[in-house]
Design a protein around this ligand. Structure first.
Ligand SMILES: Cc1cc2nc3c(=O)[nH]c(=O)nc-3n(C[C@H](O)[C@H](O)[C@H](O)COP(=O)(O)OP(=O)(O)OC[C@H]3O[C@@H](n4cnc5c(N)ncnc54)[C@H](O)[C@@H]3O)c2cc1C
Length: 480
């Protein structure tokens, strides 16, 4: 089924416990500071029903229709289709309620089926049943992965940690389910979601096997509490802390419970999908960034200045390389013969996330350099609405004669928002900090191929399959 926006709004009234800026939120949909996020999330359900988007957003199968979000990715084209959906939503100013959770579902499904094949466990069919439930109910779904971690040098169970709950863990095993305790941090869109897909953020040892836990938890479950981001840092609830205060999870929603050797596989399988999602929505933002830079250059009358053109060219490259890497990661997907899951090219998806995150501050530097100081000192939009002050603003904050002051002001405000500290922190850390991409790239790079290529270029024979049959001599030489 496909939910209507109205059904989605009602689904948020499930008794969830949310705190914002020191107060308990009694009703999420009608809480004024959340209005914009509620509309944005509900819009995804509206868009999915519109004739021009219906075939892209949904799958029709055996007389039934369900969200493509819950389709198993089997080809690179499936992964690229999801990218198109994400980018369409981003451009429409909609979405979020399924953005991260689909990556968690696919990552956990792949890991569970792989573990079943290797260790004889039976978690895959539970994930499949949960996916079917999602097809039938069309929930908002989000990834609850990042743990608070405490001392990062220590494992979760290390007695030198201040307490035992820096990573979500199983505290009780009962006949019909498990009880989990702990906290997940920075969980985007979670207040506007229906289901939290919990999975480990790292590997765990045998002594820490209770931390190897993955499960699905509904947002209104007893013991789940959301502590929203300080509204002076990020609006609309931001990226909350979620407390799991002795939460019972029935067996059919448990996807990993102590199989510590596979903890890392769950984390990396999620990251593989999720870093591509990052590059996907980021491309839309980076196109906007390049557009803002070009617009303000036009307002300032500086499009012919070589130094401005250099920076604009760099910003265009920054946006388009992000997209090129994302598209390559999707279309060069690896289809796992054992599980049938298509996964993005691991190296390209990490390159894409690293590329845009590592260059973010350089891009903001160019954007601010092109703009000028007014983005940091301009009067308030309220002064522009005030008839006493508007004429001064119109007169003195205008730029090129053929362009409107009002547009210039809107562009300046957008540049200011884009340059925020929050934007930088999000870009560096969300979807994993830079070191995690470097580590993955180091592990996944085809060093044998690289070494063989280097030897071949030095005319040293190698038995690497790519070069074995390739002569080290020049293919053709002019006779003496
Ligand atoms: C806006 C935003 C949205 C987010 N959304 C989500 C979400 O929806 N779901 C979710 O699960 N997570 C989410 N995250 C979390 C994100 O994945 C983490 O912030 C990220 O993985 C970094 O973890 P951390 O914040 O604990 O920083 P840390 O891991 O503490 O990193 C800080 C620095 O310490 C280094 N470091 C850490 N450990 C070690 C070590 N052992 N040895 C050496 N160096 C180390 C890191 O490389 C980094 O340089 C979000 C984060 C942000 C900022």
């Amino acid at each position: 089924m496909i939910k209507t926006p109205e059904q989605y709004i009602e689904s948020l009234r499930d008794g969830r416990v949310v705190y914002q800026d020191g107060q308990k939120v009694e009703d999420v949909p009608s809480f004024p500071p959340y209005r914009q996020m509620v509309n944005r999330s509900a819009s995804e359900f509206h868009v999915a029903m519109q004739p021009e988007y219906r075939d892209l957003f949904n799958v029709r199968e055996n007389g039934d229709e369900y969200s493509f979000a819950y389709h198993v990715p089997k080809t690179g084209a499936d992964i690229q289709r999801r990218r198109t959906i994400t980018q369409t939503l981003s451009r429409l100013g909609a979405g979020g309620s399924k953005l991260t959770g689909v990556d968690a579902l696919n990552g956990v499904a792949y890991a569970a089926h792989t573990m079943d094949k290797m260790a004889g466990t039976q978690y895959g069919q539970r994930v499949d049943a949960f996916r079917q439930w999602c097809r039938d109910n069309d929930p908002g779904i989000c990834a609850a992965v990042s743990d608070p971690k405490g001392n990062r040098e220590l494992h979760a169970e290390d007695p030198r940690q201040k307490h035992k709950d820096f990573y979500v863990r199983i505290v009780d095993r009962q006949k019909d389910g498990i009880v989990i305790n702990g906290c997940k941090l920075h969980i985007s869109h979670s207040i506007f979601s229906n289901e939290l897909v919990v999975l480990p953020s790292r590997n765990h040892n045998e002594t820490g096997k209770d931390y190897a836990v993955s499960c699905a938890v509904s947002c209104g479950t007893k013991g789940v509490k959301f502590l929203a981001t300080d509204s002076s840092i990020a609006g609309g609830g931001g990226h909350p802390m979620i407390i799991f205060d002795n939460v019972f999870v029935p067996n059919e929603r448990v996807f990993l419970a102590g199989e510590w050797k596979f903890s890392r596989l769950y984390a990396t399988s999620f990251a593989r999908y999720h870093r591509l999602t990052a590059a996907t929505y980021k491309h839309v933002q980076l196109q906007n960034m390049a557009g803002l830079a070009r617009l303000i250059a036009e307002h300032n009358g500086l499009t012919k200045a070589t130094r401005i053109m250099d920076m604009l060219a760099w910003l265009a490259m920054y946006a388009e390389v992000t997209e090129a890497l994302g598209k390559a990661a999707a279309l060069d997907a690896k289809v796992d013969p054992k599980t049938g899951f298509a996964q993005p090219n691991y190296v390209y998806t990490n390159c894409a996330k690293f590329w845009f995150a590592d260059n973010w501050h350089q891009a903001i530097k160019y954007l601010q350099d092109i703009t000028g100081g007014i983005a940091g000192t301009m009067p308030s939009p309220k002064d522009y609405e005030n008839p006493e002050t508007k004429p001064y603003i119109d007169k003195y904050l205008g730029g090129a004669a053929d362009m409107s002051t009002e547009e210039r002001l809107k562009v300046l405000q957008a540049i200011n928002r884009m340059s925020s500290a929050f934007g930088g922190i999000l870009t560096i850390h969300a979807e994993g900090s830079l070191a995690s991409q470097r580590m993955t790239l180091y592990q996944q790079a085809d060093w044998e191929l690289f070494k063989a290529a280097a030897r071949h270029s030095l005319k040293i024979p190698t038995d690497h399959p790519t070069f074995k049959e390739m002569s080290v001599d020049a293919p053709w030489e002019l006779k003496e």
